[in-house]
Design a protein around this ligand. Structure first.
Ligand code: PLP
Length: 428
């Protein structure tokens, strides 16, 4: 029995499902998760001494690779001074200024401790600002586990939302309308019916929680126009895309000016951080300036701010996002070519440092229901073949893949050779 297997058995005694966040449990692929001991650059090292080229990157934040020396030094310097003060610090001001410089629509920023807190707070603000209760989200997009967001579409078109989890009151869920990603007609229908009651649309500008689905041309622009027409706010959830798809996030890449933006994980370089921000006239409604309550004892934590700020500084190096996009394209196109060599139908998507691959005969993927039709058994087999080859992909066919700048030619060549052998086995 491997040490990972032993640890998982022990973990299951004291931690529900053995993990502190469900996707880590390998339920989507079967088997037991690897327990990680340390990470460096593009690699994870497990407790059994195996190394893996990592395409999860802590689910996004490790844009520069793991254990980056400059970020580590910034964290150690911050720790030397103290872990938390519960009072304002200069580094919070520097962080807010940096975020505004990189993402100009975020005229004001409030730091929180996770992506969930960021989206939950942004939605409360949108509701408080507009005086409306309903929100629009998209099937297949994930925005964290706040009650209003753990909601699925009702049974018919435009029925009110239903809880996606026990514990979410139906009375909350009924305020969430679920539309179809990349389908503006579904959004227009929702607004035609409930327009004067809708506070906001929240959307992942590149969906990263139903594998990786980029927006179709005009989709995000259409959402902006509908929000403007009906007096609703547009919230771009850039928890995954922020600083990754482009330095200024997906909003810079696609030229969208949202009212509010949510950020997470990446902004803390791997420390537990999130942020929401946007137009000053909206952000002024947050306490203590305005009446919409929002708070956090550890928000703006100095160690997390030091990590995040060090990373954002490094990310400003010219050409860096171009390099990341090129590496990502090399992996995604390489996977596609390897699959084709063995007659395995595979569709790919990629934008900036995010990519997806789909075991399907379809060539263009733009909708959630296409993802649900993919060959999940084939994905599971491929996942385990790649894991045995030392390639650590997301253990779910519904998650995007992430590259870092630490993924060099060696790691990419290793990945594509492993994929070639794995596709060959799948084809047998
Ligand atoms: N929004 C998006 C787009 C996400 O991908 C996630 C998490 O993966 C969240 C929000 C929630 O962030 P957290 O897990 O930090 O609460």
């Amino acid at each position: 029995m491997s040490k990972s297997d032993q640890l998982f058995e022990q973990a299951c005694q004291t931690i529900p499902g053995g993990v502190n966040s469900p996707v880590r449990a390998f339920n989507g692929v079967g088997g037991t998760p690897r327990f990680i001991e340390r990470a460096d650059g593009a690699y994870l090292y497990d407790v059994d001494g195996q190394s893996y080229v990592d395409y999860i990157g802590s689910w996004g934040p490790m844009l520069l690779g793991h254990n980056h020396p400059t970020i580590k030094a910034a964290v150690i310097a911050a720790v030397e001074k103290g872990l938390s003060y519960g009072a304002p610090t200069e580094i919070e001001v520097l962080m807010a200024q940096k975020v505004r410089e990189l993402v100009p629509s975020m005229e004001q920023v409030r730091m929180v401790n996770s992506g969930t807190e960021a989206t939950m707070s942004a939605i409360r603000l949108a509701r408080g600002y507009t005086g409306r209760d309903k929100i629009v989200k998209f099937e297949g997009c994930y925005h964290g586990h706040a009650d209003s967001l753990l909601v699925k579409a009702g049974s018919g078109a435009l029925t009110l939302g239903q809880p996606n989890s026990p514990g979410v009151p139906a009375d909350f869920a009924k305020h969430t309308l679920t539309c179809v990603f990349n389908n503006l007609d579904s959004v227009r229908e929702a607004f035609n019916q409930y327009g004067s009651e809708i506070a906001c649309i929240i959307v992942e500008p590149v969906a990263g929680n139903m594998n990786c689905i980029p927006p179709l041309p005009g989709f995000l622009q259409g959402l902006r126009a509908i929000c403007d027409e009906f007096g609703a706010l547009l919230i771009l959830d850039e928890v995954m895309t922020g600083f990754r798809v482009a330095l200024g996030g997906a909003q810079a890449h696609y030229g969208i000016d949202p009212d509010l933006t949510t950020l997470g994980k990446i902004i803390g370089a791997g420390m537990p951080v999130g942020a929401f921000g946007g137009k000053k006239k909206v952000m002024q409604h947050i306490a203590p300036t305005g009446p919409v309550y929002q708070a956090g004892t550890l928000s703006g934590n100095p160690v997390a701010m030091a990590a995040g700020l060090a990373m954002l500084d490094l990310l400003q190096a010219p050409g860096l996002h171009q390099q990341l996009a090129e590496k990502t394209a090399a992996v995604a196109e390489g996977l596609k070519a390897a699959a084709a060599r063995h007659g395995i139908p595979l569709a790919i998507t990629y934008v900036g440092g995010m990519f997806g691959f789909f075991f399907t005969e379809e060539t263009e993927i733009s909708r959630f229901e296409q993802v649900t039709r993919c060959d999940m058994e084939r994905f599971k087999r491929f996942y385990h073949l790649m894991l045995e080859e030392g390639i650590y992909l997301a253990p779910s066919a519904y998650e995007a893949g992430f590259l870092s700048l630490a993924h060099g030619e060696r790691e990419i060549a290793h990945t594509l050779a492993a994929a070639d052998r794995s596709f060959a086995k799948l084809a047998q």
